[in-house]
Design a protein around this ligand. Structure first.
Ligand code: ZN
Length: 605
């Protein structure tokens, strides 16, 4: 995210939220029908067949009872369009005509931001130049190559903004110079290269079909070029620049995102033409890394969009190696991809053109878990005929298995591998320091003890407190005064409680949508919308009465806890025969019991 993504003031965020209609924002994506005081529709975030998405116009929230997602207008746009919180606010501000203030930047940030803007304009100019060259007489050979050898229609070529860099050392340099672009700037954009000897510079891309590369926000930040004819290198990418971060960029991501979410699947291929051919056939959820292996930032970008990640690689050694290299970093991100290795000599582009979309879709149905494929490879390449060979196989596979976060998955693969090697699973597990499958025994290596989860009833109690506070401002006021919002032990609930207090202190109404403004974490928006959706519909003022009941209950719980502690101490005093201590504790117990009695609601015992 660039420096232009400054923090948006809260009152402006509020203004956008109030201007944006939740029914309209959700209704743009989902057909909503009235259901009582709310609206209902099919949830776009899970395979929903029976409308389980509920929009509450009064509260400004939405919630899905199927998958548990929910939040306010911003959460919906963030999730639906894959945007960050500030991006979602900006998008809705644009749609609803709310003017956002220019972020306050330091002079250095301002210069940097202006520099980036200038670089972006240069990239745009270059993009237009390359497209024009493809359409011009100079681009005839490139056009023939694209249609005849690559089977791309002019529409597809235009859709992906393909271009042509003329076979000249200075075509772009002269073009940009004519537009008043300083050579220094074009060099920083990666378009021109300084000469080794003497002054001046020349075009980086010459005689190449040009692929514009966009960042996650869809801005043109670099180019890839495929040589026309037999030159080297076959593919040339632009260098890292202030605009272009290779390891975080995926070709075609801005276009593919929506399709990934709709299909809950992301396809990763290796080449630009693979992406374009597959997308043109309707597999628009396809992206490619920048001529390198998949990186962790790229995997993170993808896992937010779809839960199924499929790598579609060439079936040659290079493809296998690339698939294998991407496994550990996927596992580290908690992603377990599938892999489709195409028959020898085929890449996704040629395979799709030979077999059509249906053939490729059929092949995708056969994609195996990458973990299984890699373990199979390790087994096949190792020496299974000697004990030493088996041990080496186990050690190598163990490096992979240890990265698997799900113990069920790792234990199943461990068993498979043991069977394949003719070894007992316990032996393999012991060799790797992993828990023996099915034994239920502790792992050989010490592991940190899991923190005990708080009793469910305790969490439910805290959730009821928040639910009541979110229902009506008067209730929140009561609960805040009684100190019930101050000390929630669980971090997520505590964050919501703090946001409620912040909204109260600011003199606002701590309703669900308002409270979400103080929180950027979508998980917390989901929590709030779930609590709000499950709250009873109290008539005005009743929530405050309920809040006072809760406060009284809270005091009784505390007294009950103290009484229990005293009983324990009394036992200890008995055992120790400490009469003085005993008398003191009994007096204290009597006092607490009296307090408890007087705190009970009248008419009850
Ligand atoms: Zn859902």
């Amino acid at each position: 995210m660039g420096v232009s993504e400054g923090r948006i003031p809260e009152h402006k965020v509020d203004e956008v939220r109030l201007a944006a209609s939740i029914a309209e924002v959700v209704g743009r994506r989902v057909k909503l029908t009235p259901a009582g005081k709310s609206l209902k529709g099919l949830c776009p975030f899970h395979g929903d067949s029976d409308p389980s998405l509920v929009v509450n116009r009064e509260r400004g929230t939405w919630h899905c009872f199927g998958c548990g997602e929910g939040g306010n207008v911003f959460t919906f746009v963030m999730k639906d369009e894959g945007l960050s919180f500030p991006e979602a606010v900006k998008e809705l501000a644009r749609r609803y005509g709310v003017r956002l203030p220019k972020p306050q930047l330091t002079p250095a940030q301002k210069r940097q931001d202006e520099h980036r803007q200038r670089l972006l304009r240069v990239m745009e100019m270059a993009g237009i130049f390359f497209s024009e060259q493809l359409a011009a007489p100079a681009g005839a050979a490139a056009r023939r190559y694209l249609t005849e050898q690559r089977g791309l229609s002019p529409q597809v070529t235009a859709e992906f903004g393909l271009g042509y860099a003329p076979d000249s050392w200075e075509a772009l340099r002269r073009h940009l110079g004519g537009k008043g672009v300083p050579e220094e700037l074009a060099m920083q954009a990666g378009l021109l290269v300084p000469r080794d000897k003497g002054d001046g510079c020349y075009d980086r891309f010459r005689g190449r079909v040009m692929f514009p590369i966009a960042d996650a926000a869809g801005r043109l930040v670099s180019f890839g070029g495929r040589v026309l004819g037999g030159g080297e290198p076959k593919y040339l990418n632009g260098p890292e620049t202030p605009l272009f971060n290779k390891s975080a960029t995926l070709y075609n991501l801005p276009r593919a995102r929506r399709h990934m979410r709709a299909k809950d699947r992301a396809l990763v291929v290796e080449g630009y033409f693979d992406v374009i051919t597959l997308a043109a056939m309707g597999l628009e959820e396809t992206v490619a890394p920048m001529g390198t292996a998949l990186t962790s930032p790229q995997v993170r970008r993808l896992k937010g969009q779809a839960s199924n990640l499929v790598l579609v690689f060439d079936g040659d050694d290079a493809g296998r190696r690339a698939a294998r290299r991407s496994l550990p970093l996927c596992l580290a991100e908690g992603v377990s991809p599938a892999v489709l290795l195409l028959p020898q000599g085929q890449d996704p582009d040629s395979f799709a053109r030979a077999r059509g979309a249906e053939g490729l879709e059929e092949a995708l149905g056969q994609a195996r878990p990458l973990l299984e494929a890699v373990l199979g490879q390790i087994m096949a390449e190792g020496d299974r005929s000697t004990p030493e060979g088996k041990s080496r196989i186990v050690a190598e596979a163990g490096g992979v298995l240890k990265a698997v976060k799900d113990p069920v998955v790792s234990s199943e693969y461990l068993k498979q591998m043991a069977r394949g090697l003719g070894l007992a699973p316990e032996v393999v597990a012991a060799r790797l320091g992993l828990p023996a499958p099915g034994s239920g025994r502790a792992p050989a290596r010490p592991r940190p003890a899991p923190r005990p989860a708080p009793a469910n009833s305790e969490r439910q109690w805290q959730e009821v407190i928040l639910q009541t506070a979110l229902a009506q401002p008067e209730a929140a006021q009561v609960l805040a005064q009684e100190g019930l919002l101050a000390e929630l032990p669980q971090e997520d609930l505590a964050a919501v409680a703090r946001a409620i207090c912040a909204e109260l202190e600011a003199g606002g109404r701590p309703d669900p949508a308002g409270v979400m403004n103080h929180l950027e974490d979508p998980a917390l928006h989901g929590l709030i919308s779930r609590l709000a959706a499950a709250a009873p519909n109290w008539p005005a003022g009743e929530a405050a009465a309920h809040a006072r009941d809760l406060a009284a209950q809270h005091r009784r719980r505390l007294l009950g806890q103290q009484l229990k502690d005293i009983s324990r101490e009394l036992d200890r005093a008995d055992q120790a025969g400490d009469a003085a201590q005993r008398a003191q504790l009994q007096a204290r117990r009597h006092e607490l019991r009296e307090q408890l009695k007087s705190s009970l609601p009248q008419g009850k015992d």
